[in-house]
Design a protein around this ligand. Structure first.
Ligand code: AVJ
Ligand code: FE
Length: 442
């Protein structure tokens, strides 16, 4: 679908409608799985009540599509400040006079009906917001991003399981521990991806020395070896800020893990289960990932290294949309879209392999990189400064590749996510790298 002929307006309209519908089905499932009392409750100070996400989805859709694209008047201007993410921090949102669940649903539904009418009547060209249906694509991605946020809220909730999904596919083949990425330039970022967000632009050349990268994300078994070796008790593996945080927050294992009778268990969407040794480690902070890498005699890859490993095709010299090529992600390529509510074992998805032989770069777990979230050379904020620009700087670290919770429409080789280095309620894991002295010199 994403490779459909976007130059045909009828095809593009159908693609947009399909993506908007897919997002709404996910939103309906995540907000329909619990009672209204659970929708208005705050399950963690890190998160909004689910009913806030629901009305915020509708409000952003109204703002960008009905008002900015369609020129319509605001439907309920008095509620706008409630759903402006910059007006109220998440921890305060439960005390706001939010729309109750039935009204939030009705509002989002009403906006969507009008948006589908607008889509049928609007040319998808002739203005930057309209070209290639950008504003519609941005809104489909926005809703899916909040569907990931809502899934995080579900993971933080306590109580019996309400979400279910089949298990992901098994590992295939015997993999070496790491792959070599020879020295040389590649194209980072994009000018061509029609629904790319401002921080992915523009395309630019980056020259990198050779490096080795883990073939797959670090597993729970490997991470348990770090714990068992006293990794959380040894300041020399941690940066000073990381050690300070480790002490203050009393970190001893990934979030949602507990030890019982010498065995590690984890809580996952309401199930308490043994930690599966061969799955990528999940729910670790940047500080923990960085400490693990140092303990292993390695380091986190930079964002540029990650993207070169995921996109550069040494046969043609060009960067692809995805590790496997330019085709949109199918279920054979990557664990995306909340199809499975857990990462697949390390070594799954042979069809998603990159030309260098790295696996699971897309899907499964967001991968922490060594890099701060900064603007690419030539960056231009678009269509609003609050999407990316206000977050640029050293406080945020970049994550790449998407997790099992990310929808294909909001995932690609250029996509950049960011968060504070202490955060671990997100679906975060990592892989490690090391310098390759002298390898691959031209
Ligand atoms: C890109 C995931 C950091 O959730 O704060 C949602 C996405 N931006 N609404 C976030 C987003 C506006 C954003 N992240
Ligand atoms: Fe938002």
């Amino acid at each position: 679908m994403l490779n459909a002929d976007r130059t045909d307006p009828a095809v593009l309209r159908e693609l947009i409608a399909t993506e908007l519908l897919a997002a709404r089905e996910r939103t309906a499932l995540l907000t329909g799985a619990v009672e209204d009392a659970e929708l208005v409750a705050q399950h963690s100070p890190l998160m909004s009540p689910l009913v806030w996400d629901l009305a915020h989805i509708g409000n952003q859709e109204e703002l960008w599509l009905l008002r900015n694209v369609g020129g319509r008047d605001p439907m309920h201007p008095e509620i706008d400040p409630l759903y402006d993410a910059f007006e109220h921090p998440r921890s305060e949102r439960p005390s706001l006079p939010l729309l109750p669940p039935d009204q939030a649903r009705a509002y989002a539904h009403e906006v969507r009906g009008r948006v589908l009418d607008l889509l049928a009547a609007t040319p998808l060209e002739g203005a930057p917001l309209l070209d290639a249906g950008f504003a519609f694509g941005m809104i489909a991605q926005h809703e899916q991003q909040h569907d990931e946020t809502m899934l995080i809220t579900h993971q933080l909730r306590t109580g019996p399981a309400v979400l279910d999904a089949p298990p992901p596919p098994a590992a295939e083949g015997v993999l070496g521990p790491e792959v070599l990425i020879p020295a040389g330039p590649f194209t980072m970022g994009t000018d061509a991806e029609p629904w790319s967000l401002d921080n992915e632009r523009p395309a630019h050349r980056v020259d990198l020395p050779a490096f080795w990268l883990d073939t797959a994300p670090v597993s729970n078994a490997a991470y348990q070896a770090f714990i068992a070796d006293g990794g959380y008790r040894e300041p020399r593996w941690w940066t000073p800020a990381g050690w300070e945080h480790r002490m203050a927050a009393d970190l001893t294992a990934p979030l949602f893990w507990t030890e019982q009778g010498g065995q590690w268990l984890r809580r996952r969407f309401g199930h308490l289960e043994p930690v599966p040794p061969n799955e990528p480690v999940l729910h670790v902070s940047w500080y923990e990932a960085d400490a693990y890498a140092r303990w292993a005699g390695r380091r986190l890859p930079t964002e540029a290294e990650w993207e070169k490993a995921a996109r550069h095709d040494p046969a043609t010299g060009r960067s692809r949309r995805f590790p496997w090529g330019d085709e949109p992600p199918g279920p054979e390529h990557a664990n995306l879209g909340q199809r499975h509510l857990r990462p697949a074992p390390v070594g799954a998805y042979p069809q998603g392999e990159s030309p260098y032989g790295a696996r699971q770069l897309i899907g499964d777990v967001w991968e922490w990189t060594a890099s701060d979230f900064t603007a690419y050379p030539g960056f231009r904020a678009w269509p609003y400064r609050e999407y990316s620009e206000v977050f640029f700087g050293p406080e945020y670290k970049v994550l790449r590749g998407g997790s099992f919770a990310v929808a294909p429409v909001a995932c690609r080789g250029t996509f950049r996510n960011w968060d504070y280095p202490i955060r671990r309620q997100i679906f975060s894991g990592f892989r490690t790298a090391r310098d390759a002295e002298g390898a691959g010199e031209v």
